[in-house]
Design a protein around this ligand. Structure first.
Ligand SMILES: [Zn+2]
Length: 187
């Protein structure tokens, strides 16, 4: 029973990252959204084509709190997406950081992300192929199980009690193969 409950839920698989969305053409915006969060996208938009911009100016321009902007900038810096230098402001007497996008950092992160995704797709394809035509799914999408596991529970959904239905995964396999081919063509 424990094994059954551990099985991945189809709802999660579908909500997680649709293949098409996951494979949207890589861009700086997508990279930063994935790594730091959607809120950091305006920072990248604003910094594009600029150099050495203070965090205060960034915050003002994108209409965000300077503290949250700073937090995102440091998160970006941890991923090598920005560089900065600090300089003491003569009038105010405190240090201000000036930020610049690091394009090579974006590129290497995008490549790493793509490779990781490729591995995930390959792993998923391996599982789908290993159980080709042997998947069972709850009509309410609670669970999706391989034949052996579905048989163990007499094809009854452990979450809602519905009878599991046979699911043909030929299309899923085709889609995965296509996506893998697309990523490999980009490399
Ligand atoms: Zn169910």
């Amino acid at each position: 029973m424990r094994q059954v409950l551990k099985a991945p839920k189809i709802a999660k698989i579908q909500k997680g990252k649709p293949l098409a969305a996951a494979l949207r053409k890589s861009s700086h915006f997508q990279t930063v959204a994935e790594v730091v969060g959607e809120d950091a996208v305006p920072i990248v938009q604003y910094l594009k084509g600029k150099k050495n911009i203070s965090e205060f100016k960034i915050a003002e321009s994108i209409k965000a709190e300077v503290n949250s902007v700073r937090k995102m900038l440091y998160a970006m810096q941890n991923n090598n997406l920005v560089s900065y230098y600090r300089k003491k402001d003569r009038q105010k007497g405190w240090y201000i950081s000036y930020w610049t996008l690091n394009d090579p950092g974006f590129n290497s992160l995008a490549i790493a992300t793509m490779q990781q995704r490729l591995q995930q797709f390959k792993e998923r394809l391996r599982k789908e192929e290993a159980h080709h035509g042997l998947f069972y799914i709850c009509p309410s999408l609670c669970v999706r199980l391989e034949f052996e596991k579905a048989a163990e529970i007499s094809f009854k959904c452990p979450e809602c009690g519905s009878m599991l239905q046979h699911q043909d995964n030929t299309k899923t396999i085709e889609q995965l193969r296509q996506k893998i081919g697309e990523i490999e063509a980009k490399k």
